[in-house]
Design a protein around this ligand. Structure first.
Ligand SMILES: Nc1nc2c(ncn2[C@@H]2O[C@H](COP(=O)(O)OP(=O)(O)OP(=O)(O)O)[C@@H](O)[C@H]2O)c(=O)[nH]1
Ligand SMILES: [Mg+2]
Length: 279
């Protein structure tokens, strides 16, 4: 039986919404989680985007293992027709890098349009990605760099709000949500670990136990041992005991420990960890 339950309810609508927005832009900025670049990517994106330009952000790189960030970027660049940059959205340099990269990619496209007789205009961009990867942060940080406020332009079926980032770039002010319809449990577990799946879709204890295994399999058992000061086997039980989190009947408090481990991982406290390796 599946332990994580996807909710496919709004998939069709989400797909339509995404397609409509995609039809308006010159470049798509896809945000991935650098700790799980494979599982946070939407396998079908090429079909949706067609021949549109794509810039991929390997985001939250401050939380992932620096050993693998560039390797992942190279690998994804090789396998897709996209440009890839490694980003930490709390780093102003990376925001500037995103802007420079968008211009570098779209400049030739915009020049081509002018050659065809169209009026010169700013390149239109939008941000897409799975839940919690940093879409809103990307939009907000790019907008804060911009001078002009929003202006409305006609979308296909309704008004879309665009923000002028600078002379060369406009950005759709809402992200495209990539529908998380999948039936791959391994992927679902990793997405749950990075908080990309609603918490009512799974038991914290189940995901916390899986996370411990994933961290060990990825080669970071030492991080767990040091952070939780566990000497024997690293289990929820032993972590609870090491913290003296005991509930009635002298039992380890598994609920509290599960939540604790999940938030520790999400906040990068256990260490800089990449759960999926590029090879
Ligand atoms: N450490 C770190 N945290 C980040 C980074 N980018 C975003 N975050 C944090 O990740 C969380 C989710 O970011 P959002 O920008 O809200 O993500 P989203 O994709 O819009 O999420 P949904 O709207 O839920 O789909 C927030 O707490 C951000 O502050 C980053 O590069 N590094
Ligand atoms: Mg958001």
């Amino acid at each position: 039986m599946a332990h994580i339950h996807w909710f496919p309810g709004h998939i069709a609508k989400a797909q339509r919404d995404l397609k409509e927005k995609l039809s308006l832009v010159d470049i798509v900025i896809e945000v991935l989680d650098a700790r799980i670049p494979y599982s946070s990517a939407y396998k079908n994106i090429q079909n949706l985007i067609g021949n549109k330009s794509r810039l991929i952000l390997l985001n939250k790189a401050d939380l992932s293992d620096p050993k693998y960030n560039d390797l992942w970027a190279e690998k994804i660049e090789e396998e897709s027709c996209a440009s890839v940059i490694v980003t930490d959205l709390n780093n102003q340099k990376d925001i500037n890098l995103i802007i420079d990269k968008i211009i570098e990619i779209t400049n030739p496209i915009m020049l081509e349009l002018v050659k065809k007789g169209l009026l010169p205009r700013a390149a239109r961009s939008m941000v897409v990605g799975m839940p919690n990867v940093g879409k809103s942060s990307t939009i907000n940080k790019l907008i804060r760099k911009g001078k002009t406020k929003t202006g409305a332009k006609a979308g296909v079926t309704r008004q879309q709000q665009w923000v002028r980032i600078n002379r060369k770039i406009e950005l759709l002010d809402t992200p495209g949500i990539i529908p998380t319809v999948q039936d791959d449990q391994k992927q679902a577990i990793k997405l749950a670990c990075v908080n990309s799946i609603g918490e009512n879709a799974y038991e914290a204890e189940f995901v916390a136990r899986e996370l411990i295994k994933l961290i060990q399999e990825a080669g970071y058992e030492e991080f767990l041992r040091q952070y939780y000061k566990v000497e024997g086997e690293i289990t929820l039980e032993n972590i609870a005991l090491a913290r003296k989190w005991i509930i009635k009947g002298a039992n380890p408090d598994i609920g509290r420990t599960s939540q604790f481990i999940l938030s520790n991982f999400r906040e990068g406290k256990i260490g800089k960890i990449t759960l999926e390796k590029p090879n």
